[in-house]
Design a protein around this ligand. Structure first.
Ligand code: ADP
Ligand code: MG
Length: 695
């Protein structure tokens, strides 16, 4: 097994010396087995000769024919142009760089076989700098036996070299020289996917000419699914190991010493919902243990996660430890600071603020009070984890909006907070609802609590979907709401993911709306503003000095202005449902009836129409996530915005979600029945996987 016998280093292969070894190392390839798991990113079909007449722009194809003309043109740029004909059509071969010898060989009447990308040219289709050679006389046409793999590569490493090396590795595989490559018993594989690993690897490195290219390009071929399954399993297991490791670590047991938690509960103007009580109970149990809590609390927008976090912080303080609360933006951190101060200061607890913009004396003073232990709770951004921040006794780290942090940040955070062999407890809060199977795979290092109930007395936000051609009506709605003393948000989005364009669009919209509604006080926030400018505008809006806030999606999380009862979202069809739901959660926070108008730019596709209808029909983030998942998979939940989540090579959490139940099942079985295989599996698939077992 890889884990037992030392894996064969790549230098065991012919033509791999120190220089080549170094280049391969850049691709993460150290052993012969690694090479086998370095899979092609795409394929070319050089297995057959394509009639020129059937070529389409964008094809990569082999063609063969005779040159009907060849000439060097001297215009703005000197080039060699040749025309290849095969009886079905003509294609132009264009060379900007060529030697005299090439020029001499490419003459009228020469027979050539070329491979290249077909592009539209001025006078029909052409290939620029095709690979070409003269087919040798009467021998049968030597096309390739397999689809040609194109590997991800690095400087100085040619495709042909990678092919030669993988050829050698595949030979060793066939000869049984790479024993126990197979780590998974067949009965663990999902039904229909029981392809032996060696077969899957062979297929993917050297697909036969009739391999279904479209299926391969999609990653849905059974050979790819076999590997995707193994990869997801390896990641899942690495996260489970992380959890097991954390059970072996020590943490301060935070148990009630004073009645601070009771005091806050008594002082709150409301009582906890049953869901908040349950989740707080789960957290309190964890905190009382001698090993670190690793718990993720999910709760829809407005479900009251903050107060639960405050209770946890209080528990730390009453057990003579400190708590740190970290938010991803200054805006959010500032809001938490206000809430925590409001709740905790009356109980005699000092709450400190630490964000990037805190400088000089104020920062120094805060740092001193954190170190001396006078400060009980620190709220801030990433600035909390800078080197010069030292705690007297950090017992708990609370991270809000976890979806912006991946497993590596979670680890870093823990290492940072560790002191004298003890780790702080970790509480992670997210408003992004993640369906259970997905959460079990992607967050297997965390325990999961769900606040699945909203505080009573909320009136659900009423949502309407309108074409942007009805903008005048919408503007009139804004005027009406503001005339009643209410406030409104107008959210601008653009097609490209560009902060600059988005800011520009928001500025234009703000100017336009101010023109149309001169009686209103219009504010503007976007990501290009400095943090303090942003906060000034937000504070003015919160203080009622602005009626209408035009914003980009920067207002997405956590902003709490109960008097705002109307939200307009432009180009709603371009945003994910989870994001729209989060945005919408900015209204409906007070007693007043709230409305959300989703504007779209016609025509609206059937898919977009059904998706927006989901938002109109439901105010429940989990229900919305579930239905969106049915429609289009978890990409939006776990997609680009969650890049830190898992570094997957082959699997795709969106595409391969159907594999997840089998992954979870297989993980359980492996842990019980073949734990000795786990390290090799993790090492094979997870970058830096060795680390996971030891932290
Ligand atoms: P989120 O889960 O989105 O972070 P918050 O913690 O900001 O939600 O809570 C939203 C609002 O609901 C806040 O104003 C908070 O004070 C209030 N709230 C929290 N819990 C309750 C409750 N049990 N009953 C009534 N209001 C509550
Ligand atoms: Mg919140």
């Amino acid at each position: 097994m890889e884990g037992l016998a030392a894996p064969q280093p790549v230098t065991a292969l012919r033509r791999v010396g120190p220089a080549m070894q170094e280049r391969l190392a850049k691709l993460g390839i150290g052993s012969v087995v690694d090479l086998l798991f370095h899979l092609p990113s795409r394929y070319q079909d050089r297995t057959r000769i394509v009639p020129i007449g059937s070529l389409r722009p964008g094809d990569h194809a082999v063609v063969e024919g005779e040159l009907s003309a060849a000439e060097v043109k001297v215009g703005r740029r000197r080039m060699l142009l040749a025309q290849l004909v095969d009886g079905t059509g003509t294609i132009v071969l264009r060379f900007f760089y060529f030697t005299a010898a090439q020029q001499a060989s490419l003459t009228r009447g020469t027979r050539l076989r070329c491979f290249g990308e077909v592009r539209p040219g001025a006078t029909g289709l052409e290939m620029v700098h095709p690979e070409y050679r003269r087919p040798n006389g009467d021998q049968p046409p030597a096309v390739e036996e397999h689809l040609t793999p194109i590997y991800p590569t690095t400087e100085g490493l040619q495709q042909t070299t990678l092919r030669q090396l993988t050829d050698q590795a595949l030979d060793l595989l066939t000869q049984g020289e790479l024993p126990l490559l197979e780590l998974l018993p067949a009965e663990l594989l999902p039904a229909g996917g029981e392809l032996p690993l060696a077969e899957a690897l062979h297929f993917l490195h050297r697909p036969p000419p009739d391999a279904p290219l479209a299926l391969l390009a999609d990653g849905r071929h059974p050979a790819q699914q076999r590997l995707a399954f193994e990869e997801l399993l390896a990641h899942h297991l690495s996260l489970r190991q992380l959890r097991l490791a954390s059970n072996r670590q020590r943490a301060p047991a935070l148990r009630p010493r004073r009645a601070l938690v009771e005091a806050l509960l008594a002082a709150l103007p409301f009582s906890l919902t049953a869901a908040q009580q349950r989740v707080w109970g789960e957290i309190a149990d964890d905190l009382a243990q001698f090993h670190p809590m690793m718990r993720l609390v999910q709760g829809d927008v407005g479900s009251g996660k903050t107060v639960v976090a405050a209770l946890a912080a209080l528990r730390a303080v009453e057990a003579e430890h400190q708590a740190a609360v970290m938010a991803p933006t200054e805006l959010l951190a500032e809001q938490h600071f206000r809430n925590f101060s409001h709740w905790l200061t009356p109980l005699g607890i000092e709450v400190a603020w630490l964000a990037g913009k805190l400088k000089g004396k104020a920062r120094k003073a805060a740092l001193e009070r954190i170190l001396s232990g006078e400060v009980g709770v620190v709220v801030g951004t990433h600035a909390l984890f800078q080197d010069d921040v030292a705690f007297q006794a950090l017992g708990l780290v609370i991270v809000d909006e976890q979806h912006r942090f991946g497993v590596h940040q979670r680890l870093a955070l823990r290492e940072k907070g560790a002191r004298a062999g003890r780790q702080p407890h970790q509480l992670i809060m997210t408003a992004t609802p993640i369906p259970r199977t997905l959460a079990m795979t992607a967050y297997a290092d965390l325990d999961l609590s769900t606040i699945d109930e909203l505080p009573p007395g909320r009136t659900p936000v009423e949502t309407a979907v309108l074409p942007d051609s009805r903008r005048d009506e919408v503007v009139a709605r804004v005027a009406g709401a503001c005339a009643e003393g209410r406030q409104a948000y107008w959210v601008c989005t653009v097609i490209e993911e560009s902060e600059l364009l988005e800011a520009q669009a928001a500025a234009d919209t703000a100017a336009l709306l101010q023109q149309m509604l001169p009686q209103l006080r219009v504010g503007l926030v976007h990501g290009r503003l400095k943090a303090d400018e942003k906060e000034q505008v937000m504070a003015a809006f919160k203080g009622g000095e602005l009626d209408l806030l035009v914003a980009t999606t920067v207002i997405e999380v956590g902003v709490d202005v109960p008097n705002a009862t109307l939200m307009i979202i432009e180009n709603a069809e371009r945003l994910g449902l989870a994001q729209l739901h989060q945005l919408r959660g900015r209204v409906g926070r007070g007693a007043g009836k709230s409305h959300c108008l989703l504007l779209y730019h016609p025509p609206l596709s059937a898919m977009s129409r059904s998706r927006l209808a989901i938002l109109r029909e439901s105010n429940d983030g989990f229900e919305i996530a579930r239905r969106d998942l049915e429609l289009r998979g978890p990409g939006e939940l776990l997609g680009t915005r969650q890049t830190g989540l898992m570094q997957l090579k082959i699997a795709d959490l969106r595409r391969d979600q159907a594999l997840l139940p089998a992954v979870n099942r297989a993980a359980g079985i492996l842990v019980r029945q073949a734990p000795e295989r786990i390290p090799a599996l993790v090492r094979r698939w997870v970058a830096g996987g060795d680390r996971y077992g030891t932290v």
